[in-house]
Design a protein around this ligand. Structure first.
Ligand code: AMP
Length: 578
């Protein structure tokens, strides 16, 4: 059977893993690193991916895009160097790069993948992720929830355990909580809850807004009018946020409108950070409580709390966990890596690898799925009510049927509107699509129509209508702003990707140094800046000279200059020079 790679396609970073010789292992990228920032940029009309694209976002915000996973499943497009891309297209570029890294590492072509998504991703977002895989030339064997992937790693390494775990997954843009029971190799997810727009980036943003407020500026105005200032400030706040894990106070420099550092500084204490992000922390609390309630568990019945996702490194999160559960969270596996490793374990399960033959895993549907119905009060009909068909935390795959009835004699048309959510009124839930039929057989009011919802292991929903009177069946294809692209449209997206020129991979490492050095230009004083710029110019020139000796000397010169300025170039810092 073909190799199946496991991919954690994250908001800020992506990773790739494979199950080899009886265990999951990470695959390094072309820089020898496991984390590839989920960033895409265009340099000289050529695509760059990863760290250099992330650095480029700081110096030339208009030429790079980050955090595009936040727009998965929507129509929002990002503009990079004047070219428009949607979220699946940008994600496909990252996936294509990971696929190539895997092929280089394994020494053969890779076609199949398991891709992880936040548990709380809805139908649109899951389909958009699958689409990204197809555009990248990957056959997506399974979409799996990120906390489930993390749970698989813990289950894989502790197959004889008998315990209840809670997985708290706070990434760059999403938050999931999952409760799982392990018993003699069987892993049973009992509940999942979360929010798909809550992550570490929100904490960084709150910090940036507060800093601007201290110097009399308004976040929206700065974002709109001074993008260079904004991206530089976000980078500085990201660094400050990380420092607040070990320090009690940080100082943040204020960039000017071109994004260059000024002497003006604002200090922030840990307590101030805690205060300005208290609303975000309250939002974290709700899914934790809901997951406990749904699995009928009390906090003291949870044996281990597992932290996943970079943002769980914030002391705010670990302190909160300690307070609620009265025990320290456990981080046996690196929170950045565990999801990709779990995707590789899932790949092994799909392939029936002997190393996982005793493992059985069941997952649940994280939210309630249902449809709009009309309720009659007295003689009046009221629209807009939600009829749940599959309740949240039902074990998947699942297929459930409800019967609805026509409201008029000889009614010909019927529209089933499909929603996801927990509210009794559909206006407060998310519309996933609709299925309309126009040829109901003539019958008096009250003609039954069976509506079947089937939710598969990928978390993708299919709806089927069955009309008992004439035996006809209709299947969704949910319409309504769902990106259900036809094969032709997918092919055109594939062509668009193929039409892009990628920066030659063997030169990308050097390009990364240039982009990083450029991102430092704005952080040093005028005198240092001039000499740094000269050194960058010399290195760029040497790159194209073709003379190895000149090139090596210029490279060493630039690396030394960066170190002497207090910003050594490190390959493993995700673009952050801490
Ligand atoms: P992920 O998507 O799991 O890679 O998580 C990325 C998020 O984790 C970003 O918002 C980062 O700012 C945040 N993060 C990563 N490392 C740290 C750290 N040491 N302290 C605080 N936040 C961090």
């Amino acid at each position: 059977m073909e190799t199946i790679i496991g991919i954690d396609l994250g908001t800020t970073n992506s990773l790739c893993a494979v199950f080899k010789d009886g265990k999951p292992i990470l695959i390094p990228n072309n820089q020898g690193e496991f984390l590839t920032p989920s960033a895409v940029g265009l340099v000289d009309e050529k695509v760059i991916v990863g760290k250099s694209a992330k650095d480029l976002k700081v110096t030339q915000p208009e030429n790079a895009s980050v955090c595009f996973k936040r727009y998965m499943g929507t129509d929002t497009e990002q503009e990079i160097a004047g070219k428009k891309f949607n979220s699946p297209e940008l994600s496909a570029i990252v996936l294509k790069t990971l696929k190539e890294d895997a092929e280089k590492f394994l020494g053969h072509e890779v076609k199949d993948a398991v891709i992880t998504v936040p548990a709380y991703f809805n139908d649109h977002q899951r389909k958009a992720t699958k689409l990204a895989g197809s555009i990248a030339g990957l056959n997506v064997k399974r979409i799996i929830n990120e906390p489930t992937a993390a749970a698989l790693v813990y289950g894989f390494h502790d197959q004889d355990a008998d315990k209840k775990l809670m997985i708290i997954d706070l990434g760059g843009g999403t938050f999931d909580v999952t409760i799982m029971e392990i018993f003699e190799g069987s892993l049973e997810i009992t509940s999942t809850a979360g929010e798909s727009f809550l992550g570490g980036e929100d904490f960084t943003f709150r910090m940036a807004a507060w800093v601007l407020q201290q110097v009399g500026k308004n976040l929206e105005m700065v974002e709109f009018r001074q993008p260079e200032l904004m991206v530089r400030l976000i980078k500085l706040c990201e660094e400050a946020k990380r420092k607040l894990v070990t320090e009690t106070e940080v100082s943040i420099s204020i960039p000017d409108e071109k994004g260059n550092l000024t002497d003006q500084k604002v200090s922030m204490t840990y307590d101030q950070f805690k205060e300005i992000t208290s609303e975000l922390m309250q939002r974290l609390e709700k899914p934790v409580i809901r997951a406990l309630r749904d699995s009928e568990s009390l906090p003291d019945e949870i044996d281990e709390i597992i932290l996943v996702g970079g943002a769980t490194r914030m002391s705010l999160v670990s302190d909160y966990i300690k307070k609620l559960f009265k025990k320290d969270p456990c981080c046996q596996h690196d929170p950045d890596q565990v999801v990709a490793l779990g995707a590789a374990v899932q790949a092994a399960l799909i392939k029936d690898d002997v190393a996982v033959e005793d493992m059985v895993m069941t997952d649940v549907c994280p939210f309630t799925l249902g449809m709009q119905i009309v309720k009659t009060f007295g003689r009046q009909n009221h629209e807009g009510y939600f009829l749940p068909v599959i309740h949240r935390n039902t074990v998947i795959p699942v297929s459930r049927e409800e019967t609805v009835f026509t409201m008029h004699d000889n009614q010909q048309k019927l529209t089933v509107e499909v929603y996801q959510g927990e509210s009794r009124k559909v206006k407060d839930n998310i519309k996933l699509g609709e299925l309309a039929i126009e040829d109901l057989p003539p019958a008096p009011e009250g003609q039954p129509i069976n509506v079947r919802f089937s939710y598969d292991m990928n978390g993708i929903l299919e709806v089927e209508l069955h009309i008992p009177k004439n035996g006809k069946k209709y299947r969704t294809v949910l319409t309504n702003h769902v990106k259900n692209l036809s094969e032709e449209e997918i092919q055109s997206a594939v062509k668009k990707l193929q039409g892009l020129k990628f920066y030659p991979r063997d030169q990308q490492a050097n390009r990364d140094i240039v982009v990083f050095a450029e991102s430092i230009v704005g952080e040093v004083n005028a005198f240092e800046r001039e000499s740094l710029e000269q050194t960058i110019d010399a290195f760029e020139h040497a790159m194209s000279s073709g003379e190895q000796e000149i090139f090596e000397a210029a490279k060493q010169e630039l690396l030394m200059r960066l170190s002497s300025l207090g910003h050594p170039y490190k390959k493993n810092t995700e673009g952050l020079n801490e």
